[in-house]
Write a protein that binds this ligand. Structure first.
Ligand SMILES: NC(=O)c1ccc[n+]([C@@H]2O[C@H](COP(=O)([O-])OP(=O)(O)OC[C@H]3O[C@@H](n4cnc5c(N)ncnc54)[C@H](OP(=O)(O)O)[C@@H]3O)[C@@H](O)[C@H]2O)c1
Length: 300
C-alpha cells in the first residue's frame, strides 16, 4: 500500500526555479552584495550539487520507518531523492512519509513483511509503483533476537536470516540487474560491528551481518563494472528501538559511550552524511566497502 498523498517537488527546488537574478542574487539579507561572493557561492552550490545531489533519483529504504533507516530515508529525501519506505507497521510508515512530504520531499510507503520470500517480492513490486524502478536500495530492516547460543533454535535462526540476509539478497536480485542495465545504481546495506566481533550474544545476528558484508562484496563484483556500487555502513551501538533494553540501562549506555572515541553512542542522524555520500555520484569509485559509522568504537 502506498501513501495516499501525491508526491510533489521539494520547496528548495521551487525556490531555485522561481528566483531570478534581478529579484535575488543569492546574497543573504543584510550582507554586502559583492559580485565575487555570490558568484563563488553559486559555483560552490553547483559543485556540491554535481557531487551529492540526489535530485531525480528514486530510493527504496527498507526499515525506513524507524531508527537508522528512518534517518537515512530522511537524508536521501532531503538530498532530492523520491523515497519509498518499506516496513510492516503502517502507522510508523505513514508518519515517516507524512513528515517528509510536509518538509517538501517526495515520499511514499509500502507495508510488507520482509521475513518471507513472498512478502519481499510483493513489497518490491508495490514499491516500484510509487516512483518507478529505484536507483538506490538501502537495506536497513533488521532484527536482533539474542537468545543465548545454547537456546538458539531453528526458528530464531530462520527468522534472523530471512529479514537480515535473504531480504537484502532478494531485493538486490530484483533491482540490481535493472540498475546495471541503466548504468547507475547504489546498494547500501546496514550491517553491524557484530559482522566483525562477538557482542552481547551475537548468535545468528552476527552471522547474518557477516554474510551481508560478503553479499555486498559479491554484488559489487558483479555490478560495479556497470555503474552499480554496493557497500555497507557499519554501525556501532546506536540508540534505537532495536536495542531498547540496553539503551534503557544508563550504566550500560555510559560504558558503551566510553568505548567510542567520540565519547557518545550513535544516533540515527549520524548516518545521514555517509548514506547521502554513498548514494551520490561522488561515491562512484567506492564499492565493496564496509564503512564504519561508529564514533571510533571499532578501533578503540
Ligand atoms: N541500533 C543499533 O545499535 C544497531 C547496531 C548495528 C546495526 N544495526 C542495524 O541497523 C539496522 C536498523 O536498525 P535500527 O537500530 O534502526 O532498528 P529499529 O529502529 O528497530 O528499525 C528496524 C526497522 O526494520 C523494520 N523491520 C523489522 N522486521 C521487519 C520485517 N519482518 N519486515 C519489514 N520490516 C521489518 C522495522 O519496522 P516494522 O517493525 O514496522 O516492520 C523497522 O522499520 C538493522 O539492520 C540493524 O541490524 C543497528
Amino acid at each position: 500500500m502506498t501513501s495516499p498523498s501525491r508526491p510533489h517537488s521539494t520547496a528548495s527546488a521551487d525556490a531555485a526555479t522561481s528566483a531570478t537574478p534581478s529579484a535575488w542574487d543569492g546574497t543573504p539579507p543584510g550582507a554586502s552584495a559583492h559580485p565575487r561572493v555570490s558568484a563563488a557561492s553559486r559555483a560552490s552550490d553547483a559543485y556540491l550539487a554535481e557531487l551529492f545531489s540526489l535530485e531525480g533519483r528514486v530510493a527504496v529504504v527498507t526499515g525506513g520507518s524507524s531508527g537508522i533507516g528512518r534517518g537515512i530515508a530522511g537524508a536521501l529525501a532531503r538530498a532530492g531523492a523520491s523515497v519509498v519506505v518499506v516496513a510492516r507497521k503502517e502507522a510508523e510508515l505513514a508518519a515517516t512519509a507524512d513528515e517528509l512530504t510536509a518538509a517538501g520531499c517526495r515520499a511514499a510507503w509500502v507495508s510488507g513483511d520482509l521475513g518471507t520470500r513472498d512478502g519481499v517480492r510483493t513489497a518490491a513490486e508495490q514499491a516500484v509503483r510509487a516512483f518507478g524502478e529505484p536507483d538506490i536500495l538501502v537495506n536497513s530492516a533488521g532484527i536482533n533476537l539474542r537468545p543465548p547460543m545454547g537456546e538458539l533454535d531453528e526458528h530464531v535462526w530462520d527468522a534472523t536470516m530471512a529479514v537480515n540476509l535473504e531480504a537484502p539478497y532478494l531485493l538486490g536480485r530484483r533491482f540490481g540487474p535493472g540498475m546495471a542495465e541503466r548504468g547507475f545504481g547504489r546498494i547500501i546495506h546496514i550491517t553491524s560491528q557484530q559482522a566483525h566481533r562477538a557482542f552481547v550474544q551475537s548468535g545468528a545476528y552476527g552471522v547474518s551481518k557477516g554474510a551481508l558484508e560478503s553479499l555486498a562484496r559479491s554484488q559489487a563484483e558483479a555490478w560495479s563494472p556497470h555503474g552499480v556500487t554496493c557497500n555497507t555502513l557499519v554501525p556501532g551501538f546506536v540508540m534505537t528501538a532495536l536495542n531498547a533494553r540496553l539503551s534503557s540501562d544508563p550504566e550500560r549506555v555510559a560504558a558503551l559511550a566510553a568505548r567510542t572515541m567520540v565519547g557518545r553512542n550513535g544516533l540515527a542522524e549520524d548516518f545521514a552524511g555517509a548514506a547521502v555520500f554513498l548514494a551520490s555520484r561522488a561515491a562512484g569509485y567506492v564499492t565493496g566497502q564496509s564503512i564504519f559509522v561508529d564514533g571510533g568504537f571499532s578501533v578503540h
